[in-house]
Design a protein around this ligand. Structure first.
Ligand SMILES: NC(=O)C1=CN([C@@H]2O[C@H](COP(=O)(O)OP(=O)(O)OC[C@H]3O[C@@H](n4cnc5c(N)ncnc54)[C@H](OP(=O)(O)O)[C@@H]3O)[C@@H](O)[C@H]2O)C=CC1
Ligand SMILES: Cc1cn([C@H]2C[C@H](O)[C@@H](COP(=O)(O)OP(=O)(O)O[C@H]3O[C@@H](C)C(=O)[C@@H](O)[C@H]3O)O2)c(=O)[nH]c1=O
Ligand SMILES: [Mg+2]
Length: 311
């Protein structure tokens, strides 16, 4: 089996590489925007902002499985660069789907809680009405639709509030600010489930294995859109508070800063974020018989990783 990983240098892409599960399952080609991988190795070049450049790579790589961990994820900047975000998150995903549909390949793709407007007060089910509040969410929704419309076999995993010991994420931002400041103000009126990349990688590999082990006629119920997020719920304020408790306990921080709860209105940003980002993950748990533990468990593991790696 040939596997092509796109976006290998992002949070999720790096965890896929580090975890080793894709390479263990087939011949793995890893691609980044410029072909250089974070570990210094050479990979393939795949720039999703030029969707028409992708078929040449796909023709050469002939993947049986395409794992797309690449995305335009700058939520605020997307408000100014919606056309670019839409090429990367929308059109390019459609191109992957079209190639996969004509070459019998599977596409594993990731989407976001930001496709919802957050006005609900119970976890969003997979088929709940989408209504993105901003450009990033619209671009990700365009990608979901383009992949579905392509007719390719696909798995779309919607996830949320993603973090890891590496990369750009809220946890690393908090640890940096927490070391600099006595006091932080963090929004307490947006609710979600912080999800570490290891959970997403392990869940994705479990789904891939099920698909591989399943007779072609019985694959359809596995395919489609699923919610792959950690269990439980918190706010960004709750997440920050827990980050500092864990970090102090494991010696990453000498002392915890004060974390003041504020409203979204008090933290002005170009993009509006959904107030309610909880996704119902029961479908994923049941279909793939895969536990999705509460978010605190992943946080403990990531903070432990940071503490032992001397970051
Ligand atoms: N981060 C989050 O909180 C959430 C993420 N998701 C989704 O999960 C998936 C993985 O996200 P995550 O790993 O966190 O994101 P990151 O931003 O960490 O990684 C995205 C990767 O995509 C690359 N990329 C951006 N533009 C292009 C391009 N034009 N061509 C090729 N590569 C490009 C980035 O490269 P470079 O570093 O060079 O910019 C980066 O390596 C995405 O689909 C995202 O939408 C869903 C919910 C929450
Ligand atoms: C740094 C900081 C942020 N915040 C707020 C801003 C925002 O509402 C919230 C989280 O900040 P972030 O910049 O991490 O938020 P954001 O980039 O919107 O995170 C999102 O990224 C995309 C890619 C997704 O798909 C989403 O699931 C979600 O994870 O915390 C504070 O309240 N205080 C602070 O000091
Ligand atoms: Mg961000």
């Amino acid at each position: 089996m040939r596997i092509l990983l796109l976006g290998a240098n992002g949070q999720l892409g790096r965890t896929f590489l580090d975890q080793g599960g894709l390479a263990a399952r087939g011949d793995l080609l890893a691609a980044s925007r410029d072909g250089v991988l974070v570990d210094g190795r050479h990979g393939e070049i795949a720039d999703l902002s030029i969707p028409e450049s992708l078929p040449a790579l796909l023709d050469r790589a002939q993947p049986d499985v395409i794992v797309n961990a690449a995305a335009y994820t700058a939520v605020d900047r997307a408000e100014q660069e919606e056309a670019l975000a839409t090429r990367v998150n929308g059109e390019a995903v459609g191109v992957l789907g079209q190639w996969a549909a004509t070459h019998d390949a599977l596409v594993i793709h990731y989407s976001t809680d930001y496709v919802f407007d957050g006005r609900q007060s119970q976890p969003y089910e997979v088929d709940a009405r989408t209504a993105p509040l901003g450009a990033y969410g619209r671009s990700k929704l365009a990608g979901e639709r383009a992949l579905r419309d392509s007719g390719a076999d696909h798995l779309i995993f919607r996830t949320a509030w993603v973090y890891a010991a590496h990369g750009h994420n809220f946890l690393r931002t908090m640890l940096r600010l927490g070391a600099e400041r006595e006091e932080l103000r963090v929004v307490a009126d947006q609710h979600g489930a912080p999800t570490d990349t290891s959970l997403i990688v392990n869940g994705s590999l479990t789904a891939l294995d099920r698909w591989l082990a399943t007779d072609r006629n019985e694959q359809p119920p596995l395919l489609g859109t699923h919610h792959l997020v950690a269990g439980g719920a918190t706010s960004w304020h709750g997440f920050a508070t827990e980050i500092f408790e864990q970090a102090e306990m494991l010696g990453l921080l000498a002392r915890q800063p004060r974390v003041l709860p504020i409203s979204s209105a008090e933290f002005a940003t170009p993009a509006v974020r959904p107030a309610w980002s909880l996704l119902d993950n029961s479908g994923f748990r049941q279909r793939f018989n895969f536990p999705l533990p509460d978010w605190q468990q992943g946080l403990r593991e990531v903070v432990r990783t940071l503490a032992t790696s001397g970051h």
